[in-house]
Structure formats: C-alpha cells, structure tokens
Design a binder for this molecule. Structure first.
Ligand SMILES: Nc1ncnc2c1ncn2[C@@H]1O[C@H](COP(=O)(O)OP(=O)(O)OP(=O)(O)O)[C@@H](O)[C@H]1O
Length: 268
C-alpha cells in the first residue's frame, strides 16, 4: 500500500521555483533516502511533504487523505518531522522536549496518560538518552541535541517520519545506532521513513530505495544499486565514484580524489 504520494509538486519561495513537477509514491514500511547536491531542493520537498509549506501546484496524499486539507493536529498524528536544526524558545529538559511529541495524541492541557509515559520511557531508553533525560537542551552537544529531536518525533508515533539529515552531527557510534533504530522501526513497526541523506554509504547500506534530485528535478529513483551508479553520480555531483561491496558485504560508494594521487601511502 502507498502511504505517501506526491503528484506533480511544484515548490518554491516567493516567486522563485525550487522544485518542479515532483511525483513519487512511497510504500508503507519502507525506508527511502533522498540524495542530491546542496541546494537541489531536498529540504524544501521534505517541508512540503510535512505540510509546512504550501506548493505552487500539485498534491500530497497520506494514505487517501489530502495533506493540505488536514488539521495541524491530525497531520502531526500521521507525519513526524525532524529538521536539520531547531531553535528552542525555552530552556526545556531533554525529557520535557521528548514529551512534547505526545501532544498530537492528547487533548489540550490534559495530563499524560500511562500510555504516554510508557511511550516516552521506551523511546528515551531505545535512543540511549537515559543519562541525559534531566539535562537542559541548551547544554547538549550538537549530536545529543539531534538525537533528542529524533526521539521527540518517535514519541509522536507517526505513520510517516520525515528526517532531514539525521546523522549529520553524529559520531560513527551514534550514526549506526540511530540508523539501526530507524531500520528497526521500519522493519518491525511498519513506520515509513523518508530521509534526506548526504552520506551515500549510509544511504546504500540502510535504504530500501533512493530518490536522486538535481536542480529541483528527480533524476532517477529505484534501489540504491540502480541509483548510485558512477554515471548518475558523475552527472549530478561531477565526481568520479565507484560502487562496490565493502569487506562487511554492504554496498558502499567511494569517490576518487581530484588528482587521484594522495591518501594511498602506507602509514609510516
Ligand atoms: N526560506 C527560503 N527562502 C528562499 N529561498 C530558499 C529558502 N530556503 C531554501 N531556499 C533556496 O531553495 C533552494 C533549495 O534549497 P533546499 O534547502 O531545499 O536544498 P537542499 O537540497 O536541501 O540543500 P542542502 O543539501 O544544502 O541542505 C536553494 O537555492 C535555497 O537557496
């Protein structure tokens, strides 16, 4: 079943068009990555798919429901959105911020139910945030902050999760941990994830499918192996690459240096 469908979306800011005639259908329970150069329109697309910006033209459907006809609360029950950055207005603690994810499921100012508390406890634990839950958000490192924003979206229990570069600020341990958690939610929880990702190795390793964007247009879409070809990547990024299986058996992309000369020496 297709859970998220965009039909001929045209997007932009004021009178500047940024994305043209974008269409896609995303199957429930899949993890799809959106890749492409800086400024190609990836974040703009995610913002439109979360209902944050209105398109110049086209439609978005979540299941059978027209996204732009839903109330903000109903939209938040269906779609979770984790931005690249966020400025918090108040000095809240980690637990308080994660608890905000339950808001779409509660009446205005109603107390948390046992279910709310259980979801929050589970997410804090699974996101390895137990030791940080009483810390203030303005005291966190960039990576810790990002993990809290992801956790807040998970407590929302959305059907579709939109993530904008979820691993950018994370060290290699938390890159793997966050991506394993997302993969598990997709595989076991039936949640659908669309994420913008610059790291092509993470894209190749974790995603069921990829969408390649360039200058606001979809260049191709398909399995990571079909999308991350040397031809596609050279056309879009102007870099020579190689798609290969790494020693662990995962698909990986390596780019050649400009001169192809340095970085090959044995360590002294
Ligand atoms: N609020 C805004 N007002 C006007 N133009 C904007 C706004 N936000 C983004 N743009 C422009 O829209 C284009 C696409 O930006 P977008 O952030 O969607 O690209 P992106 O593919 O996510 O880039 P990156 O990989 O660098 O994050 C860029 O030219 C950008 O300058």
């Amino acid at each position: 079943m297709n859970i998220l469908r965009a039909e001929e979306l045209s997007l932009g800011y004021r009178n500047k068009k940024v994305v043209e005639q974008f269409s896609t259908s995303i199957q429930q329970g899949s993890l799809i990555g959106m890749v492409g150069p800086n400024g190609s329109g990836k974040t703009t697309l995610l913002r439109a798919l979360s209902g944050l910006i209105k398109p110049f033209g086209g439609q978005v459907f979540v299941g059978e429901q027209n996204l732009f006809l839903l109330t903000p609360r109903k939209r938040a029950q269906l779609i979770g959105w984790v931005p690249q950055r966020e400025r918090l207005a108040w000095p809240l603690t980690v637990r308080e911020v994660i608890s905000l994810g339950r808001a779409p499921h509660r009446g205005w100012l109603l107390p948390m139910t046992k279910t709310d508390q259980a979801v929050i406890d589970d997410v804090i634990h699974n996101s390895d945030l137990d030791s940080l839950e009483d810390r203030r958000m303005d005291e966190l490192s960039g990576g810790e902050f990002q993990r809290v924003l992801i956790a807040r979206a998970l407590t929302q229990e959305p059907r579709v999760l939109l993530l904008d570069e979820p691993t950018t600020n994370l060290d290699i341990h938390y890159q793997i941990q966050v991506m394993d958690l997302i993969r598990q939610l997709v595989s076991c929880g039936g949640i659908t994830v669309l994420m913008v990702i610059h790291d092509l190795n993470i894209a190749a390793r974790y995603c069921d499918g990829l969408i390649l964007l360039h200058r606001g247009k979809q260049i191709c879409a398909g399995s990571p192996v079909d999308v991350l070809t040397p031809e596609n990547l050279e056309a879009v990024f102007n870099v020579k690459t190689n798609l290969y299986r790494d020693p662990w058996g995962f698909w990986a992309v390596s780019a050649r240096n400009g001169t192809g000369q340095y970085g090959r020496e044995e360590p002294k």
